[in-house]
Design a protein around this ligand. Structure first.
Ligand SMILES: Cc1cc2nc3c(=O)[nH]c(=O)nc-3n(C[C@H](O)[C@H](O)[C@H](O)COP(=O)(O)OP(=O)(O)OC[C@H]3O[C@@H](n4cnc5c(N)ncnc54)[C@H](O)[C@@H]3O)c2cc1C
Length: 390
């Protein structure tokens, strides 16, 4: 069904509107547009901006998913779709340098990755702490730890992925409007109306991928989302062992603690000078994502410096630069990917809980399915909104 919208006096026709074209919205816009649909993407900031959750140079991508084996079929498809996007754009987006997980044998990371690998026949290598330290001399893996290496893992260049999804969406005819905050939306179930400060648009369906603003854009649903401030750091290296071209993998350490484990992750040095490291666990609650504190504080650096001292000894402990990013987390740390419970032509993607980016290709395709046919062949039932009610 094609419906008309009014933009600056000109009548335009849209099949679908994507509210928020950051990580997931850019993927959705691309998949809708390449299917020949007339798409409008709206964002409050510019393309591939640094005010939400999809910036900071790199994101880890992996298949042996320790969070839950149900993600693996989606990941297999995500890998295919990233390869398709690279081929279509003639640009490298994925670097396959592997991932080393390190933790106690019964830690979530180690036991969860082994479970996903065995259930889905994925290739992983099991190493002792000393074998891991010998293989990658930049690491000191604590003696009581096991290590798991996943050779198919690696990293995506995050801003390049968002930009490429947007560029390809535009090349397939999508209309993308930036610095255009949406102030309200409504649905009759048959069509949707979306208002920005200056104009109103109409379409057959709406995809809401508003990241850390999802709870306010979907205020009626009272979504159980929390927004967390997550600083990211680049530290100078004093050893070539940390370089990408020295076969240094991405890494994730689960450090045991008295109550909750502290988890840290990082990437090989891309320029031979600095490497990016951050803490996955913890994070301060943010009341308003527009007002997040982007300054650096001692309390931000302290836990990472302690981790580096123990596990990456040849890295300078004072960050060379930093950035602040946002996690939007659900109570069970699994995503929300569903249709709106009241309006079947409104699709919701949010609560990506600090591990969503690698899925923006495949879930972009799922959002396009849901917005056009109301269903998808992709196995997303475990990500339903209903699981969180009650
Ligand atoms: C520090 C950090 C490290 C991470 N590491 C990894 C990793 O290694 N691997 C991984 O897979 N994932 C990782 N993630 C998670 C992943 O990056 C996020 O899950 C993903 O980027 C979320 O994308 P999004 O589309 O939900 O949010 P965003 O990319 O922030 O997009 C939401 C968009 O909606 C727009 N918007 C909101 N409200 C409005 C409105 N009213 N009108 C118009 N536009 C609006 C915003 O401007 C924004 O562009 C990490 C996240 C962070 C912060």
């Amino acid at each position: 069904m094609r419906l008309t919208g009014n933009r600056g006096g000109m009548t335009e026709v849209f099949d679908a509107i994507v509210l928020g074209v950051g990580g997931f919205g850019s993927g959705a816009a691309h998949h809708l547009a390449r299917r020949g649909l007339r798409v409008l993407g709206l964002d409050r900031f510019g393309p591939a901006h640094d005010r939400g959750s999809s910036h900071g140079e790199t994101r880890i991508i992996r298949k042996a998913y320790f969070e839950h084996p149900d993600y693996v079929p989606l990941l297999l498809r995500a890998y295919d779709l990233w390869a398709d996007l690279e081929a279509e754009s003639r640009q490298q987006l994925f670097w396959k340098c592997g991932l080393m997980l390190a933790g106690l044998p019964d830690s979530e990371a180690i036991s969860g990755a082994r479970l996903s690998a065995s259930q889905h026949g994925l290739t992983i290598e099991n190493l002792s702490a000393s074998a891991a330290t010998q293989r990658w001399p930049g690491f000191r893996v604590p003696e009581a730890f096991d290590a798991v290496f996943e050779p198919d893992a690696g990293f995506l260049k995050v801003e390049d992925c968002v930009r490429t999804h947007l560029d390809r969406a535009a090349a397939h005819g999508a209309v993308l409007l930036f610095d255009e905050p949406v102030v309200s939306w409504s649905s009759t179930g048959r069509d949707v109306r979306v208002r920005t400060a200056t104009r109103e648009f109409v379409a057959a369906s709406l995809i809401i991928t508003a990241g850390s603003w999802a709870a306010s854009v979907l205020a009626d649903l009272k979504l159980p989302l929390q927004v967390l401030r997550k600083p990211i750091f680049w530290f100078e290296t004093t050893s070539p062992a940390y370089n990408l071209d020295a076969s240094m993998p991405t890494f994730y350490f689960e450090m045991p603690a008295v109550e909750v484990a502290s988890t840290f992750y990082g990437f090989p040095s891309l320029d031979g000078q600095v490497l990016k490291v951050a803490q996955h666990s913890g994070g301060e609650l943010v009341a308003d994502p527009l007002l997040v504190d982007r300054n650096l504080h001692d309390a931000d650096v302290q836990p990472i410096a302690n981790f580096l001292r123990t596990c990456l000894p040849n890295v300078r402990l004072q960050p060379a630069r930093h950035s602040a990013c946002l996690y939007t987390v659900t109570p069970d740390r699994h995503f929300i990917v569903d249709r709106h419970p009241e309006f079947s032509n409104v699709v919701i993607g949010c609560g990506f809980s600090g591990h969503g980016f690698k899925f923006t290709s495949v879930l972009g395709s799922a959002f396009a399915d849901l917005a056009t046919t109301g269903r998808t062949e992709l196995p997303i039932d475990f990500l339903s909104l209903a699981r969180l009610s009650g």
